[in-house]
Ligand binder design. Structure first.
Ligand SMILES: NC(=O)c1ccc[n+]([C@@H]2O[C@H](COP(=O)([O-])OP(=O)(O)OC[C@H]3O[C@@H](n4cnc5c(N)ncnc54)[C@H](O)[C@@H]3O)[C@@H](O)[C@H]2O)c1
Length: 268
């Protein structure tokens, strides 16, 4: 899909990867709805898009609330006449302690933002995309959704969920001309890495900041470029794309597939 003249909606568009995607989609000619709980950051993204000559509008939307997801989709239709592209991107990290010590309400929120909201956001967008004759949905998963990511098992579970959802929704391409894909970044240079979580002790924050300062960080624009590749390339559906520092991005097929021959129906 050529994004020129199309309508895109980016959740978590007030910061980091979402902001970079909003900017790149607007540069490519799309009108962009920035959806987030952070109004100040959203206004800044809109202003950055406008300074670069693009079109954007902000809608306050908490992705953990179904009615707000429906409202953000309706806002795109009312403001720009439809919805063609959705970037399900809003996400949060979990502070220590690591599961199973994590308080239940903490991991339940993380799972809701990082997985439930991606499923519900996709569900909210599909009817609007059907009205346009098709669309593209790109979710932000993570390398934590592909590898055995021990530092944060709940985050890993949610991101594996996004990858599984994406691969399974491949049928929407044939059924509704909607292509669903996801990006799986390594460590990206965004405020998420250094956000002050009130639950963290000063020592835990210092440890985390020291660790982050030693890592090579991917610029958020590289993730936005991967999102744009998914938008532009009409052959891509049900795919997860890995993005690691200093390496070319690449599609990651499932590690295990079933043989088409029923007599041999074992993973290979
Ligand atoms: N930064 C990394 O290293 C990294 C790596 C892999 C994947 N990711 C994923 O990328 C996505 C974007 O993260 P980022 O690094 O840009 O972080 P960020 O903290 O800079 O941005 C996240 C945005 O999501 C918004 N948000 C949080 N909860 C929300 C909710 N309930 N409703 C609406 N908006 C909400 C925040 O207000 C913020 O603007 C996340 O899904 C994250 O898990 C990040």
């Amino acid at each position: 899909m050529n994004p020129e003249g199309k309508v895109a909606l980016v959740t978590g568009g007030s910061s980091g990867i979402g902001r970079a995607t909003a900017l790149l989609l607007a540069e490519a000619g799309a009108s962009v709805v920035v959806a987030d709980i952070d109004g100040d950051g959203g206004a800044e993204t809109v202003s950055l898009v406008e300074q670069a000559g693009g079109k954007a509008a902000f809608v306050e939307s908490d992705t953990t609330r179904r009615e707000e997801l429906e409202r953000m989709v309706a806002f795109a239709e009312e403001t720009y006449g439809g919805l063609d592209i959705l970037h399900n991107n809003a996400g949060i990290g979990l502070p220590p302690p690591r599961f199973p010590e994590t308080p239940p309400e903490r991991w339940e929120i993380a799972l809701t933002v990082n997985l439930w909201a991606v499923i519900a956001g996709t569900q909210a967008a599909v009817p609007a995309m059907r009205r346009r004759g098709g669309g593209v949905i790109v979710s932000t998963a993570s390398m934590a959704g592909i590898i055995q990511y021990q530092p944060d098992p709940i985050y890993a579970a949610a991101k594996h969920g996004i990858v599984g959802l994406t691969r399974a929704l491949v049928f929407l391409k044939a059924e509704a001309n909607i292509r669903v894909n996801c990006v799986c970044p390594g460590v990206v240079d965004t405020p998420m890495l250094t956000k002050l979580m009130p639950e963290m002790t000063a020592e835990q924050r210092a440890q985390r900041d020291a660790m982050v300062s030693q890592m090579p960080l991917i610029p958020p624009r590289e993730i936005a470029e991967a999102v744009l590749e998914f938008v532009r390339d009409d052959s891509l559906a049900g795919e997860a794309m890995g993005i690691m520092y200093g390496r070319p991005r690449k599609l990651i097929p499932p590690a295990v597939t079933f043989s088409r021959d029923p007599a041999q129906r074992m993973p290979n």
